[in-house]
Write a new protein. Sequence first.
Length: 428
Amino acid sequence: MLFTLGINHRTAPVQVRERLAVNEVQLGEALDSLHSGVRIPEAAILSTCNRTEIYFREKDHTGEERVLDWLGGFHGIGRDELETYLYRHHDNEAVLHTLRVACGLDSMVLGEPQILGQMKSAYQHAHAAGTLGLSLERLFQHAFATAKDVRTSTAIGASAVSVAFAAVSLARQIFGDLKPLTALVIGAGETIELALRHLVGHGIGHVIVANRTVERAHTLGDRFGGEPIPLTALPEYLHRADIVISSTAAPLPILGKGAVERAIRKRRHRPMFMVDIAVPRDIEPEVAELEDIYLYTVDDLQEVISENMASRQAAAEQAEQIIAARADEFMRWLRARDSVESIRRLRDQAETIQQEALVRAEAQLRAGRPPEDVVRQLAHLLTNKLMHGPCKTLNTAAHEGDADLFRAAHRLFLLPGSEEDGDSRDGS
């Protein structure tokens, strides 16, 4: 059986998610503990700021309970508290959930692409730890292929649904190609970091990072190939910027109309696109009155995001259909694999019985018993040995009133006079 259990942004507050997070340093230890300590044959762990999930294979639900106990013990959280926030899925539901996560349909921001990279990282860590077997290996590869299918077949990721992405998308609408342009970002928080990622991803020519704490500006500059400057240097650099994105915690505007007006004159009135994401605002509202300035606030971007969310919702409905079909496809593979394994075990058991009976028959022949008696006893012994288990199980089923098992036995052993045959004859 395949299982997924975990917590996410819908089921647990951030203070609980923090307690259950597994960082990269802990990941190897956690996987080894699950595999060797708890004896889980296949396991992988996905841990992000919004979720911690364990994907694993076990033969029955007792394994699920052992993993749950391990999760609480690893993080020092009591079972009762953990159960409050936890969700559990098995087999088809586990597969559906895994595919939905990979496609961004279970994310805080619908359709966001970052989760796929995080899932690939979880897969690589499990692969390196040696905790991936055939089932989970196939499940992850199937999830990655499904995510690619959803991205190419739907518009789930085509429209901006984060403030940072919306800002960069608007810049691309105004300028087209970003390669010859310079972007100035003001601040060093999460939104600015995300904006930098989008700008660099779309090929921005040059980046200037301004921040009150210069060390933080240097950190972001090193990460994204940008030029770090202190906020006090803004007047000297502003005219170089084709795109300005600002998001600081300053209580008062840090860019006034006069400073922007001087920058525009130095630019010989080449257009400047400005996005003020901060609340309170970083850029004086009067800047919007200047010619050649395109100033957008966070409210302007929210309108774009709201429209795009509606578009993503429609795409998500298409994605759900693709995911359902791909989950069915995986479950057919899993059932076929299980059936092959069951058939192999059945044949192995029959061959063991056969070999034991042959050894006994050959010993009797060497002892001089008549061959006819030996063959008769061999046939009798084989019949009894092969039928003992099924007959015992059917007797138990009769006592328990398990009609489903009897119907299955008729189908499995191709027995005449099945219940279906009787119904057919009664109705004729």
